[in-house]
Design a protein around this ligand. Structure first.
Ligand code: SF4
Ligand code: SF4
Length: 360
């Protein structure tokens, strides 16, 4: 069985305000039929408020439209993110939005509920207290590329944004894919010189280290190494995405069925995540907004809408080489972004089969 994904496109038939994206967004929210679910309930709008100089997060006008709709349905709304210190700089203010903007783990960053998983180095899912206590969540995500998992959307917004720093660090500790054998290494540095992504170096104690965010698994280092001291373990880069999916599943367990709605904002789709605190030119033309009750379906529909043939070359950050296979994000980051979807699906959170209903 397939799940429905609502879609408001940026394209328009006539030059009229009713055909613009904010107007379509209002109609898309109505079509989500949230009123009966959110009425009288504490409803968390989980978004990434951005950092530093970034300007590619969701435009405040759209957040305001969503908040106003939810309030008109009788919801008790608040906007939240793991940290909200960057909110004001991007125009997300309580004065403008008319609702509280709260740090998900509280002002002291110590309010969370512990759950446990057992996946390699990932053990503690510390669910942010205000997410745990919310009765409904709107997972409002800006879609973009991501260095470690290829793609950041609805899953990443929950897994890395609804938990404590300890949990984020444990998920990051799953990064991997290349192994260095100290005994075989003769320190010729051919590996470092062959890397076009600034992803590897020798630390001051002469130990080899890899920045897996930058690494695209191009294997230049593997191939130039004269002693076979670097080995590729092709599957272990997938662990990060598996960890994200596991974490997302734990967070979603705190909500009753059908009490989480997903909205993916497919605008300003950049190569790198908003957590970098900077914005590069868009990778593809703006697409629009999608919504669904199925996290897997919306992620699949979002990825399918971002096509390699639409690539805008200035959106490829300086120094990054494009690979020759897979999704645009895989060509960019060397990581298959569909891994997280398969994991979410295997955990019973939805289906990659979807139908699109366009909101006119
Ligand atoms: S696999 Fe490629 S990107 Fe990764 S460290 Fe080696 S040379 Fe650099
Ligand atoms: S290329 Fe191989 S031998 Fe040379 S420094 Fe790198 S890991 Fe060591």
């Amino acid at each position: 069985m397939s799940s429905e994904v609502l879609f408001a496109t940026t394209r328009y038939d006539k030059y009229d305000v009713s055909q613009t994206l904010p107007a379509k967004f209002e109609r898309l929210i109505d079509a989500m039929n949230m009123e009966d679910v959110v009425k009288g309930k504490w409803t968390a709008v989980k978004m990434h408020v951005g950092r530093n100089m970034g300007y590619s997060t969701v435009h405040p006008l759209f957040v305001k439209k969503l908040v106003d709709k939810l309030k008109s349905y009788g919801a008790k709304v608040f906007v939240t993110d793991q940290t909200v210190s960057g909110a004001r700089a991007r125009g997300y203010t309580e004065e403008f939005l008319g609702v509280p903007i709260v740090a998900a783990c509280g002002v002291m960053n110590r309010y969370y509920y512990e759950k446990y998983v057992d996946f390699k180095t990932f053990k503690n899912v510390d669910i942010a207290g205000h997410i745990h206590d919310a009765e409904v969540m709107i997972d409002f995500s800006h879609v973009k590329g991501h260095g470690v998992c290829g793609y950041g959307g609805a899953c990443k917004n929950i897994a890395m944004g609804c938990v404590t720093d300890r949990t984020r660090q444990q998920i990051h500790s799953l990064e991997g894919g290349l192994e260095w054998n100290e005994e075989l290494c003769i320190h010729c540095e051919a590996c470092v010189n062959s890397c076009n992504h600034d992803a590897n170096k020798f630390d001051t104690d002469n130990r080899y280290s890899i920045n897996f965010h930058h690494c695209t698994y191009c294997q230049h280092c593997v191939k130039v190494c004269p002693t076979e001291a670097i080995r590729l373990n092709v599957n272990s880069y997938e662990d990060f995405q598996k960890g994200m999916a596991l974490c997302t599943a734990e967070v979603l367990k705190t909500f009753k069925p059908d009490h989480v709605f997903y909205i993916n904002f497919l605008m300003n789709i950049t190569a790198l995540c908003d957590c970098w605190g900077m914005t590069t030119p868009a990778l593809v033309p703006d697409i629009g907004i999608m919504a669904s009750k199925d996290i897997v379906a919306i992620e699949r529909a979002s990825l399918d809408s971002i096509k390699f043939e639409d690539l805008l070359i200035p959106g490829v950050p300086h120094g990054m080489e494009l690979g020759d296979h897979g999704h645009l994000f895989e060509r960019l980051h060397g990581k298959n972004p569909f891994v997280q979807l398969k994991e979410l699906e295997a955990l019973g959170l939805g289906t990659q089969e979807y139908t699109v209903k366009e909101i006119k």
